[in-house]
Design a protein around this ligand. Structure first.
Ligand SMILES: Nc1ncnc2c1ncn2[C@@H]1O[C@H](COP(=O)(O)OP(=O)(O)O)[C@@H](O)[C@H]1O
Ligand SMILES: [Mg+2]
Length: 380
């Protein structure tokens, strides 16, 4: 039975059902590519709804007879982690048990001293420890083999790698990138769908002729929501009897760089605060409250940066365009344009800032709430 007081907003984890505002156009264009075996890179900022979208798409594709596998590699730091995540995803696939067993027997032949019973693979036992017994060479061989097995998942298979730019950070001289690339050819019934949130890393991977994945995928920009998203949010408020002004949601969306996660988070708090009506100043109040709650984390992050990087962040948070103009350098005590450039580069490497697709001299914050907090505390 549903509780009457259920909050109509959710944030943090991927959403589905009533909490998910559908994206039918994006869905059909991605589907078209995958059905025609064009591998797709879906690129969009973090917390923009990529994972939710892929899960929704995979549910639809499964109904249409595809076998879909989504591997989350956001926190992968090594080949072993990658293998671990892959096996975790595979274990959840019904009917893959036999394949996994076959693969397992091969690995056993490869590494006879590796003793682990099969149930740890097909059951729920933790894998981390057992994989720890394998050397990196063995892990690599195991990954190759496992990739080979993917075509056996079904007649038509789609494999998703979520946050796939991580593979470019592995310092393996492109080994994993190359292995994935090789399997584009080796697996005629498998289409790949990659999602990524770090534009800089992804364009390097795809646009450098020396890299294995050079021009191998169709890149699709994950679009921002349009005005009907605000209408949807208003109707969600309506479910719990709250009247919400459209300007308030449009304003909120602008302040959080149109990030649906933060739109839902702020709306969640507005419902929890038991507002009867929602207007622009309520939205700002809720945003401030949430930003303050994160102050400790933001302060810690700032303390880990150089003075020049901190000033660069203040500049980026407060000014919206033409960041390199002389006036701003003076105002924010930045010694020179090259110094600003270098700080920005370092902040992008750390994943705190990212490039804005089209406009030169503009940057995006990975976390728009952090930008909001900086403005609250350091506006000049
Ligand atoms: N289509 C959508 N409709 C409504 N809210 C969404 C949608 N997609 C994402 N969100 C919001 O964003 C949050 C993060 O979504 P997620 O799919 O995890 O993003 P990403 O994978 O890009 O980081 C969700 O918890 C939800 O609040
Ligand atoms: Mg995600």
């Amino acid at each position: 039975m549903k509780k009457l007081t259920e909050n109509p907003f959710k944030f943090g984890d991927p959403v589905q059902g009533d909490y998910y505002f559908p994206r039918p156009e994006l869905s059909s264009s991605v589907k078209q590519f995958l059905e025609n075996r064009v591998h797709v890179v879906l690129m969009g900022p973090r917390r923009f709804g990529k994972t939710s979208f892929v899960l929704e798409l995979f549910r639809a594709l499964e109904k249409a007879g595809y076998t879909c596998l989504l591997v989350d590699i956001f926190n992968v730091t090594s080949h072993r982690d990658f293998l671990h995540q892959f096996i975790r995803a595979l274990r959840q696939k019904p009917g893959f048990g036999n394949r996994l067993k076959a693969w397992w027997r091969k690995i056993r032949n490869l590494v006879p001293e590796f003793s682990l019973d099969l149930d740890s693979f097909t059951g729920n036992a933790s894998l981390g420890f057992s994989l720890g017994q394998l050397s990196d060479e063995d892990v690599k061989a195991a990954i190759q083999d496992l990739l080979d097995e993917l075509s056996g998942l079904g007649e038509k298979v789609i494999v998703g790698l979520d946050e796939f730019q991580q593979i470019s950070l592995l310092e393996d001289k492109g080994w994993l990138e190359a292995s994935v690339r090789t399997h584009f050819q080796k697996l005629p019934n498998v289409s790949f769908l990659f999602t990524g949130s770090r534009k800089g890393l992804i364009s390097e991977m795809l646009n450098d002729p020396a890299r294995p994945l050079y021009r191998s995928c169709q890149v699709i920009q994950f679009p921002s929501f349009e005005s009907d998203f605000s209408d949807w949010v208003i109707s969600r408020f309506g479910k719990v009897g709250i009247k919400c002004q459209k300007e308030a949601i449009d304003h909120l969306r602008k302040l959080v760089q149109d990030t649906p996660n933060y739109v839902q988070m702020i709306c969640f708090h507005l419902v929890a605060m038991a507002r009867q009506e929602v207007n622009i100043s309520n939205v700002e109040e809720a945003l401030e409250m949430v930003a303050r709650q994160n102050a400790y984390a933001y302060q810690t992050l700032l303390n880990s940066l150089t003075a020049a990087q901190q000033r660069t962040l203040r500049l980026a948070a407060n000014e919206s365009k033409a960041l390199f103009q002389k006036e701003f350098l003076v105002k924010y005590e930045i010694s020179s344009a090259p110094a600003l450039y270098n700080s920005m580069k370092a902040l992008k490497m750390k994943g705190i800032l990212d490039e804005e697709g089209t406009t030169k001299g503009k940057v995006l914050f990975d976390d728009p709430l952090f930008a909001y907090w900086l403005r609250m505390n350091f506006s000049i």
